[in-house]
Write a protein that binds this ligand. Structure first.
Ligand code: GLU
Length: 511
């Protein structure tokens, strides 16, 4: 087998969409699995769509998710430069070869000429009004003009593009590793522009030339590029590179959570989840889009989630580290059908990875929030709070949201619990309990529990019936972490103060 060399080839036209991260991931997994090479190539030949900061964003994203580049922009390598705008002269040479060998031609048509052509074809009932085998001989190009005229135009510096001369009515075939045989009639393909009038190649030419020169073994990319693949096959043939042609694998689309159509930024905004890996401020509008990272997703959770959007290991196992993904990955197990972007599932993965962290690491998140709130707290206390909350969190910021109760006493109380549970039994128990707590040693969850049970036992009240009132007196709310542990963390004095405050401020039903 020839060495595996894959490339992630994004265009720096804005923030990298989450689907792009999946494409990078699948390339990376294949490279690592076969001890191959992962290349980052920046396809920036479309100057009109170039967005400053986008390239840096791509690199930051790959770093954050742990996709390591072996060759490419920011890394260098034997095929440098890896930024297409810096390779202009290379493409020019191949465009020239195509022209010289009669597989491409100069076209001098103006916008107006093209418009007139479309109208003419439309009027003649042609379904796709393309510049191709059916129409090129009526146009203003080196196939219709005399050689001398063409030379004069070129010498005079007239604007021109180079177009591929796509043959009429031929079968163009390729085998896609995911979709199988793809056959297209060449008459469906228009004479694509290969070189633009600004001297820049188009995506098609630059992409094929670079994949060949960089010895790419597999082209793994989104399904939206499938329609371009037959054109690329023609280019490989015309350049006599068909034996070196990479294998193609076009990944399934990412669909909206309900499976109805392609996932877009608009859907994500509407449903309140991120679509970009990192925060992105649109340089044109200054609009900020929150990233997965800043929303609290862990890179390992995002990777695990993305790996499953289109691929599965064929077993029940769902939790995979990057190393395990490398081990299990194969292109054969990528499906054709679009993958639903199930945001709940991404949260499930995040919960899993967050809960697997030691208390000490979780405490770092909590301590960071506390510092920004101006609250001081010992490491030991922060770790205990994280221990109490770990089963209840999905994102690191939940530690602060749910851990607030340990730092500020409630001043209002859940009305439903007040009306349903704050009764004479609760008041009697809690009154007795505050005295018991003062003498409970040590002030630990276990001994607090025994003290509480002793009080209820003496009063002949079932402990279970007053627990909600107790929780509410301590936190104001109806739910939260383990109650005995909550009191242990609060400490005896704070526990007593909070219960007293509730007793003083709430009137018991029946009193
Ligand atoms: N530059 C293309 C993109 O932005 C790359 C497509 C391909 O991988 O061939 O996605």
């Amino acid at each position: 087998m020839k060495p595996v060399r894959v490339r992630f080839a994004p265009s720096p036209t804005g923030a990298l969409h989450i689907g792009g991260v999946r494409t990078a991931l699948y390339n990376y997994l294949l490279a690592r699995k076969h001890n191959g090479t992962m290349i980052l190539r920046i396809e920036d030949t479309d100057q009109n769509r170039y967005v400053p900061g986008a390239e840096e964003y791509i690199i930051n994203t790959l770093n954050w998710v742990g996709i390591q580049i072996d060759e490419g922009v920011g890394k260098g390598g034997p095929h440098a430069p890896y930024r297409q705008s810096e390779r202009k002269s290379i493409y020019k040479q191949y465009a020239q070869q195509l022209v010289d060998e009669g597989n491409a031609y100069y076209a001098f048509d103006t916008e107006q000429d093209l418009e007139t052509m479309r109208e003419r074809l439309k009027a003649a009932g042609d379904a796709n009004q393309q510049y191709g085998s059916g129409s090129r001989m009526q146009m203003n190009n080196s196939l219709t003009l005399k050689k001398e005229e063409v030379d004069n135009k070129l010498a005079a510096g007239d604007a021109y593009v180079i177009r591929l001369k796509v043959p009429a009515n031929q079968e163009v075939r390729l085998t896609d590793l995911i979709r199988g045989e793809v056959v297209v009639n060449s008459s469906q393909i228009d004479d694509k522009v290969l070189m633009k009038s600004d001297g820049m190649p188009t995506y098609h030419l630059a992409n094929v030339v670079d994949d060949y020169l960089m010895k790419i073994s597999h082209v793994i990319r989104g399904e939206e590029w499938l329609p371009s693949a037959p054109l690329h096959v023609l280019l490989y043939q015309f350049l006599s590179w068909q034996n070196e042609m990479p294998q193609f694998a076009h990944l399934p689309l990412l669909l909206k959570p309900d499976g109805n159509g392609k996932l877009s930024k608009r859907d994500a905004d509407r449903m309140g989840f991120p679509i970009f890996p990192l925060n992105w401020t649109d340089p044109a509008t200054q609009e900020l889009a929150t990233g997965f990272k800043e929303s609290g997703f862990l890179p390992e959770a995002l990777i695990n989630f993305l790996a499953f959007l289109g691929w599965n290991p064929g077993t029940e196992k769902e939790i995979f580290s990057m190393t395990e993904l490398v081990e299990a990955f194969s292109i054969e197990r990528i499906g054709k059908a679009g993958a639903k972007f199930d945001i709940q599932k991404s949260q499930w993965f995040n919960q899993h990875y967050l809960r697997a962290k030691p208390d000490k690491e979780l405490a770092d998140y909590l301590l960071a929030s506390l510092t920004s709130e101006g609250i001081s707290c010992s490491n030991e206390k922060a770790e205990k709070i994280c221990f109490a909350l770990r089963e209840r969190i999905t994102f690191p910021h939940d530690l602060w949201e749910q851990g607030k109760i340990f730092f500020s006493a409630p001043t209002t109380f859940d009305e439903q619990i007040v009306s349903k549970k704050w009764n004479l039994d609760a008041v009697r128990t809690l009154s007795g309990f505050i005295d018991a707590i003062k003498t409970t040693q040590p002030h630990s969850a276990d001994s607090i529990k025994s003290s509480l049970e002793k009080v209820t036992g003496e009063l002949g009240i079932k402990t279970g019936q007053i627990l909600q009132a107790l929780r509410m007196s301590l936190t104001g709310g109806a739910s939260g972490p383990d109650l005995m542990l909550t009191m242990e963390i609060l400490g005896a004095v704070e526990t007593v103060n909070r219960i007293k405050y509730a007793l003083d401020n709430l009137k018991a039903k029946g009193s």
